[in-house]
Design a protein around this ligand. Sequence first.
Ligand code: CP3
Length: 339
Amino acid sequence: MDGLRGLFTGRVKTRPPVWLMRQAGRYLPEYREVRATAPDFLSFCYTPELAIEVTLQPIRRFGFDASIIFSDILVIPDALGQRVRFVEGEGPRLDAIETPEALTALAAKLDEEKLQPVYEALRGVRAALPASTSLIGFCGAPWTLATYMIAGQGTPDQAPARLFAYRHREAFAKLIDTLTESCIIHLIRQIDAGAEIVQIFDSWAGPLPLSEFDAWCVEPVARITRAVRARHPHVPVIAFPRAVAGSLRGFVDRTGVQAISLDTAARLAEVRVGLPPQIVTQGNLDPLVLIAGGDALDRAVDDILAATDGLPHIFNLGHGILPQTPIAHVERMLERIRG
Ligand code: CP3
């Protein structure tokens, strides 16, 4: 076994490698136990011993083929000087950016010092991981980060950021530029510290009209991919442009990413046919079917295995694993994949 690496050099196995988005998380009792010892979510992310421990927990329990560093996409706004908190049971809260003037309070450059604990955690995880387990670093894509920074929280339709981008195009472009540069630095530092693959989460790319999608999602992800690959040519980049309508082929061609993570609505077989054969796909399993289990889960797993048979695919969910997921269902899914 070589984790995920073989897939990126053209070696397709009979059984796909597997990991789960948010695999270190609240569905695991051992995660909840460690989480309870940290005063708040961000200090949890910035305490290497704790981050290392919870990153390794799902590997010990399930032997996934890849480990993703325990951190959060919102460490970037935090390291740009915006106040970020996580409210129990509600989610992230930031000081909303309502006017172009408010943007001037942000730092022009990422405070790399602040993110050292993330890089230290990556070094610790790499040292502790089996050689056959790949280590994934990540960041939020500029657009998705901007939706939280402008609204100050998660929103159903990302209206605050979409309105801000229409009303204050120049100021918004500058924010996306700062975030793009920050993502480049953060990903390169993660690779320097031991990440072998990186994933860019654009969870809120879905509702944008085409020209906005091109400007705020495609272009920045293309720039990040170019810069990361210029420094680390052998490190694959996985993009997750969630809930995007239309062709993913164009997105892959224009961004130059090596892999694309598919949400639950993506028509896996159709998408696969439209992609160059060396492009790796990932994901697509509905996190809700993993909660439901039973025949529905077996069928969903089999469908994905059938649609990707002989093709480079990383088995994963179409979005993060949910806290209510029974551990027995994760085990069942793995038995079915591993045969
Ligand atoms: O995948 C992993 O296991 C690695 C760690 C990881 C976390 N967040 C830990 C986390 C990753 C890759 C993320 C990505 C992330 N964070 C995204 C993009 C992916 C997606 O799900 O769309 C986004 C949008 C965020 C922002 C964020 N962080 C939100 C909206 C929340 C609250 C929602 C929730 O589930 O509570 C978080 C908190 C968070 N990040 C938790 C975890 C395990 C749960 C908080 C806790 O344990 O108290």
